[in-house]
Write a protein that binds this ligand. Sequence first.
Ligand SMILES: *[C@@H]1O[C@H](CO)[C@@H](O)[C@H](O)[C@H]1NC(C)=O
Ligand SMILES: *[C@@H]1O[C@H](CO)[C@@H](O)[C@H](O)[C@H]1NC(C)=O
Ligand SMILES: *[C@@H]1O[C@H](CO)[C@@H](O)[C@H](O)[C@H]1NC(C)=O
Length: 482
Amino acid sequence: MMASCTLFPSILAFLLCSSAVVVVESGIGVNWGTLSVHRLSPETVVNLLKGNKISKVKLFDADPHSLKALMGSGIEVMVGITNDMLAALSSSSAASDLWVSQNVSRYMVKGGVNIKYVAVGNEPFLTSYSGQYQSYVLPAMMNLQQSLAKANLAGMVKLVVPCNADAYESSLPSQGAFRPELTQIMTQLVTLLNSNGSPFIVNIYPFLSLYGSSDFPQDYAFFEGTTHSVMDGPNVYSNAFDGNFDTLVAALGKLGFGQMPIVIGEVGWPTDGALSANLSAAKAFNQGLVNHVLSNKGTPLRPGVPPMDVYLFSLFDEGAKSVLPGNFERHWGIFSFDGQAKYSLNLGNGLLKNAKDVQYLPSRWCVANPSRDLSGVTDHFKIACSYADCTTLNYGGSCNGIGAKGNISYAFNSYYQVRKQNPQSCEFDGLGMVTFLDPSVGDCRFLVGVADGSTNSPGFSLGSRKTVSALVILWGVYIFLM
Ligand SMILES: *[C@@H]1O[C@H](CO)[C@@H](O)[C@H](O)[C@H]1NC(C)=O
Ligand SMILES: *[C@@H]1O[C@H](CO)[C@@H](O)[C@H](O)[C@H]1NC(C)=O
Ligand SMILES: *[C@@H]1O[C@H](CO)[C@@H](O)[C@H](O)[C@H]1NC(C)=O
């Protein structure tokens, strides 16, 4: 494979070899999720992307508001199909035709949306789903492929399937293989992807490896070198990302597709909600990753061939996500919910720039009334935090340690802002009061909501996009326990 390429000198070799693994500069894109309680308007978001020259975006569904805002932007878009739609799309070509016409064709017009990929499901083979979506993926792809062909879009829009890195495993990258129970379906999947010229999409999370195992060497999660390199024959791995990536390369090789282009569908580092989730770690990881990818160094099994594209997870913090994986789950954004860069990060076009013209609610907060006895407040606290995000209050969070009264004020305020500062939402049976003095303490920020986007009303189903199983978290550990 790669080795035979290096035997040819000259430009001819470049042409021959580049047709095997397409060598183009990797693009850095972002995941734009919308499970947020404070949303910027889609137009503000698209302007933020443009202002930062982010030219690729991955969506988790086909939200018409997001897609409308992306019209005419030229931004390359991956549209998503949620797992719960796979059954219907696998069993009915009419449903598939309708999905394509409503969510793709309609936007593929002059001045429309540059839809390049459709993601069929999101991590449908995740171990914790126990195979519940598995049998729908390929039939849904077959139907959708036909629907795209009928709409004359098959040449422009490619079907892909973002997979979690728990689809493969190994103690050493070169020994990588798909999970035995997935061998057959993965063989069919990559054969289909290959025949359509589509890449393999994988989500890689060194953070989860570190979070999930106290034995995981901290410096191996980052890109600055490590005292715990993994030796794999002649190859030396100094970071978990490369080790994981090459495990996939080896797994694809075992199926006869060692040259298949790979796109990283999700990768990132959260900034809150766990000890190792903080601003400096997130900055170090994401900047290290971007520099590594843009250096075109590649990995030991794919020297000089970095991932085709990399979509950072995530564009924003999303306060309505399930916290089943951990409190960090709501804090993956490179921007906070209101479009402010959380730390300086250079995606290759200069440092991140904040969103412009964000409309905030008035500068006021809801806090616990200091003159009241708060002994009966527990239920209010619980209810407030079930609607609003209070994850930063927990151990490892930026607001952990602000005291019992601080906790209550934080919860009251979070709820008040989610309810768009509706006066009744600060009552709490007389225990709450509105203040015009910012109650933020140190790194613990008491937020003020935004006014220009839609807000999920409380009661909106806060479904989890994915559930990260313990097995996923353990992946990185395999690389070490040798
Ligand atoms: C188009 O996508 C949206 C958002 O993902 C979804 O709600 C809708 O059902 C889809 N349309 C069809 C016809 O399936
Ligand atoms: C931030 O996370 C890193 C990486 O896990 C850790 O080494 C560091 O101690 C954390 N910093 C703070 C201030 O907690
Ligand atoms: C504040 O709330 C958090 C999360 O519920 C809890 O872990 C912590 O112990 C509370 N602090 C005090 C002083 O009650």
